[in-house]
Each structure stands twice: as C-alpha cells, then as structure tokens.
Design a protein around this ligand. Structure first.
Ligand code: C5P
Length: 236
C-alpha cells in the first residue's frame, strides 16, 4: 500500500499558501486547495502549485443538479487538477454526470465522493434524519458513488478498512480527520492516527491543522510521513 500525504492548504490567501508550501519544501508533493482559499484567491492560486510541480486536490465538495455539477467538473478539469470532490448525497444522476464530464479530459481528474463528513458522528446524522450508523451510511453512499462511475471516496480512517474490503484495490480512498497521537482534534469527531489510516488501507491521508499550526510545519509533515512509512512496513 503506497499511501500518500496530502497537506490541506486551509489558509486565507495565495501569499500564505506560497509561504506554507515553501516552508514544507520537497517532502510533500500533493496539496489540497479547499473552499477557503479557492473562494478568496480564485483559480489563479493554483498556478504557484503547478509551477512548483505539485499535484492538486481541489476540494470543492460539489453538490448541485447534474448539469451544474458536470459543468463545474469541466471547469475544474481545465485547471489540471488531479483529484476533485463531489458529495455522494447529490444522488446517482449527479454522480454519473460528474464521472462522465471528467472522462472527457485526456488527463482527467479522479473524482472522489464525500460520504459523511468526518465532523459528523451518529448523533449528528440522527439530527439530519439519518437513523443508520455513520459506518452503514458511508458504505451505502459509497456503493452508490462507485456504481455511478466515481473513482473513490472521502471517508474517515475508521471506515476505510471496511470500504477497502468492499470496493477493492482500485478505489481511491481519501481520509481526512488525521491526528497524530496527542494532537488537538478541533472540530473533527471521527479521527485516527496516520499509522491507523495507512494500516486500514487509505490511498491518501489529508492533514491540515496538525501541519499548518505546528511550530515547524516541515518537521510535522516529516514526522507524519515517517509514521506512514513505518506503518506500511517500509521503515525509515
Ligand atoms: O485541519 P484538518 O486536518 O482537520 O483538515 C482536514 C481537511 O480535510 C479540511 O480541509 C477539510 O475541509 C477536509 N475534509 C474533511 N472531511 C471531509 C472532507 C474533507 O475534514 N469529509
């Protein structure tokens, strides 16, 4: 299992983004641009990442009618991003429209569907009228997404073993909610350590605050990478 680290660039503007990426340096080659940065800085914020040879995960969590999502996927694909998120809750037609739109591009982005946000637990789902457990909900939405042509899922590291078993080695399984032992959880409720995420079969680990808020972000990223390498038996 060659799990890769993606650092979430949850920063307010392009200058802060460049400072973070340059501080972390060569150790990390994959970055996530989410709503905060993309809305404030616009698609131009992706250029400095391309210039530095970094891969981009555009985390816009698209959730709209099929035609709107398909066109948003086309716009994102034109920016040469490697991974893009949609919400599985958008339904089969929306998921299929997203997958088909991505497939029009020779260097297509892989589309991953968010099942249940890692900030939600069973109680939160009940408030939304979902009576099944987070695990069952994630599996059921995951099945809908994969059967609709989506490449993979965003899920918590606690569900990833089950989903890997269900969807096999080809599924792209992205796990946020990663916290090294002893780190602050913040608003995340379903967290796991980097080692657990790798051992459970994640393809990509998304880490934000434990790296961004560290005194030394490069050292924090390196420590997580070492834990990941040790967990997949490569040792370092
Ligand atoms: O700071 P932290 O490590 O919690 O950041 C996690 C990142 O992953 C955030 O950018 C968040 O938007 C994203 N994410 C998430 N849960 C999902 C999908 C994405 O936490 N289900």
């Amino acid at each position: 299992m060659n799990a890769q680290l993606i650092v979430a660039l949850d920063v307010p503007d392009t200058n802060a983004m460049i400072a973070t990426v340059d501080k972390i340096g060569a150790a990390v080659s994959f970055y996530k641009v989410g709503l905060e940065l993309f809305i404030s800085a616009g698609p131009q914020c992706l250029a400095p990442l391309h210039e530095r040879g970094k891969s981009i995960f555009l985390d816009l969590k698209l959730h709209d009618i099929p035609r709107t999502v398909a066109n948003a996927v086309r716009s994102a694909a034109a920016h040469n991003v490697s991974l893009l998120t949609v919400h599985a809750g958008g339904g089969a037609a929306m998921l299929r429209a997203a997958a088909d739109a991505a497939a029009e591009f020779p260097q297509r982005p892989r589309i991953v569907a968010v099942t249940a946000l890692t900030s939600l637990n069973d109680t939160d789902l009940q408030q939304l009228g979902v009576t099944r457990s987070v695990a069952e909900h994630a599996r059921s939405l995951g099945t809908l997404a994969i059967e609709s042509g989506i490449d993979g899922l965003v899920c918590s590291a606690n569900e990833v073993a089950d989903l890997r078993h269900e969807f096999g080695p080809q599924a792209v399984l992205v796990t946020p909610g990663i916290r090294p032992a002893g780190a602050e959880t913040g608003d995340q409720k379903r967290v796991a350590t980097p080692a657990a995420a790798v051992a459970n079969g994640a393809s990509y680990l998304v880490v934000g605050r434990p790296i961004l808020e560290a005194e030394n972000p490069a050292a924090a990223a390196q420590a997580i990478l070492s834990e990941m390498h040790n967990a997949c038996g490569e040792g370092k």
